[in-house]
Design a protein around this ligand. Structure first.
Ligand SMILES: O=C(O)CCC(=O)C(=O)O
Ligand SMILES: [Fe+2]
Length: 351
């Protein structure tokens, strides 16, 4: 990518301020109390983790975004996938296009992602956690047929990616237990939804951009899944929209930390006790940047709706149920190409 093509240019009101402040405010949570707890063991409030649960609850409620340290995920495997990502994006376009994503093979490499119909200044490589991943065959709500997504692996990437994905799944399940407890639910209340997960991992590469005041690495958006666990490098550029006043704040890179954010599905499951928060990525003219989000998504057959325990007569369900698989494939398709209409959003199901 050379000169800034008009396709990348954000409307004036969505352009970044290059002088944005750093979000000292997003909570930093120390996960030491659960570090050694076994995922399959009994993970209950009596394990001396009640303080941690409270901290998670306020972070989810007030910010929707937080960082975690002492999370127990392997630094060695994180460094391996980071090195593999650098090596992959440095390859020639011809090499990278051998594993190119298209409208049938939705995993793989591409550089044409659009967020809200403006092109993002980035290249990505996507792979799903489950191989194969089962999803609906078509967007048609009546069509019950399913299809399989298979990953496309360039040389030397598979092992580092698969090991990393396993670590991220374990970490995200621990986080989901804390989130469940913080909502007053049994620790494993959410586990069943992820049995046939449609989670995926994205390697993001943001090349230096000659016009960082006009374009964005990723335009403002909310994550559609349940939870995102993000590794960012030391360059910085992620901005979060603060709930209290709508200000865009930069998330300061913290070595070996993960940035966690609540996705749209938790917003619906919790009947808006927790909300998915808008974020975006700035690019810069000198440095390239890498990041690796893990998007935790439920099985395609999940009908996403407020949990019964989270609703009552005084607090009725704020959403109609929607099928995750149909939502997901619709999103995947619309992010891949520029459309004239807004893509599917949870507020379309708001009561
Ligand atoms: O690169 C980042 O820091 C965040 C990327 C992101 O928000 C996304 O891919 O959904
Ligand atoms: Fe995101």
């Amino acid at each position: 990518m050379g000169e800034v093509d008009p396709a990348f240019i954000q409307a004036p009101e969505h352009r970044p301020k290059l002088s944005a402040r750093e979000a000292q405010g997003i909570p930093l949570i120390d996960l030491s109390p659960i570090r050694s707890l076994d995922l399959d063991g009994d993970f209950s409030i009596s394990d001396g983790i009640d303080e941690l649960v409270k901290e998670m609850g306020s972070a989810c409620k007030e910010w929707g975004f937080f960082q975690v340290i002492n999370h127990g995920a392997s630094l060695d495997r994180r460094q391996k996938i980071e090195a593999a990502a650098r090596e992959f994006f440095a390859r020639s376009s011809e090499e990278k296009r051998k594993v190119r994503r298209d409208s049938v093979k939705v995993s793989g490499y591409y550089d044409t992602e659009h967020t809200k119909n403006v092109r993002d200044w980035k290249e990505v490589f996507d792979f799903t956690v489950q191989e194969p991943t089962i999803v609906p065959a078509s967007l048609d709500p009546q069509d019950k047929q399913v299809t399989q997504w298979h990953n496309q692996w360039p040389p030397h990437l598979r092992e580092a990616c698969q090991e990393y994905a396993r670590d991220m799944f374990k970490l995200s399940m621990k986080l989901m237990q804390l989130i469940a407890l913080s909502l007053g639910l049994p620790a494993k209340r959410f586990h069943g939804f992820f049995k046939d997960q449609t989670s995926f991992v994205r390697l993001n590469y943001y090349p230096p951009c000659p016009s960082p005041h006009l374009a964005l690495g990723v335009g403002r958006h909310k994550d559609a899944g349940a939870l995102t666990v993000l590794a960012q490098d030391d360059v910085g550029g992620l901005e979060v929209k603060r709930k209290t006043d709508g200000q865009w704040l930069r998330v300061k890179p913290t070595p070996d930390a993960y940035i966690i954010n609540v996705g749209d599905i938790i917003q619906v499951w919790s009947n808006e006790a927790y909300e998915s928060v808008e974020h975006r990525v700035m690019v810069n003219s000198e440095k390239e940047r890498f990041s690796i989000p893990f998007f935790l998504n439920p099985a395609h057959y999940t009908n996403v709706e407020p949990l019964e325990e989270m609703t009552s007569e005084e607090n009725p369900a704020k959403y109609r149920p929607y099928n995750w698989g149909k939502f997901f494939v619709t999103r995947k398709r619309s992010n891949f190409m520029k459309l004239d209409v807004e893509n599917i959003q949870i507020y379309h199901f708001r009561v």
